[in-house]
Design a protein around this ligand. Sequence first.
Ligand code: PCA
Length: 325
Amino acid sequence: MKIMKTLVAATALAALGTSSALAEKWDMPMAYSASNFHSATGAEFAKCVTTGTGGEIEIVTHPSGSLFKGADIKRAIQTGQAPIGERLLSGHQNEDAIFGVDSVPFLATSFDDAAMLWEAAKPTMTEVLADQNLTLLYSVPWPPQGLYFKNEVNSVADMKGIKFRSYNNATARLAELTGMLPVTIEAAEISQAFATGVADSMVSSGSTGYDRKVWESLNYFYEVDAWLPRNYVLINSDVWNGVSDANKNVIKGCAELAEYAGTWRAKEYTGFTLQGLRDGGMTVGPASETMKNELKEIGETMTAEWLEAAGDKGKAIVDKFNSMK
Ligand code: PCA
């Protein structure tokens, strides 16, 4: 009887020990509001992993930059402060020009082209990230980027001196080349920036304008379809290497599903949010021919600059992309 009791106690302890050793909670910082489609996709990805691993890995998302602000998320994952997270990699183009491949003006201007560009860039991007101790899990595009202004603008000359909210190097450079004054502000903080006049314009998707209710301060959205930047979900490579093969398979499956579902959501959200901006009172429509042509010229300058910075690796991606079209 005594032996029996000891055995039961030992087994119970062992079971407890096993499950507590295996059960892990991963906090996942995300920069955009909980209502945004990227955050919704991330929350579903988290649920998928938690369910699929039988609770051995529980992912908890933290949207709106509440755990780490957008600009700090990549470093937090690299250094293991957060095991996993989502980041707009074009915000780190100064580390490696490859991170800016999705923000080259007028290179890929539709969802189909953005998908092809991503396919062409993925192997190089994966390698660059691996060198930084990061493993790529999935990536989802934002809807096409257009220009927001407080006042009507019909040409680049009309933009001169306007305070412009930027979110990465490409957007800051676009501001410089159009004579605007760039100021970097996280999406989570733009409503206040526009309300207080810190900025009166930006380039972004209908989605971000809708999420942040920018019609309270801005009046015009010009559909330019300049590029479709992407968010990337990354995991610290040491953490990844410590995951069992079975759980790695679950995470990969959930990531594939998230990329597919997120991309689908981005497409659906495009028309919905442009209508939302209209309902909020904004004038939404295509840019004038003059403005389009002037922006295309600026795009050519920026493409040349990017190719110069990205070197052979960048050229190989663009060549591959062009051969796929
Ligand atoms: N929204 C994000 C990045 C691109 C987009 O459409 C932002 O404005 O910060």
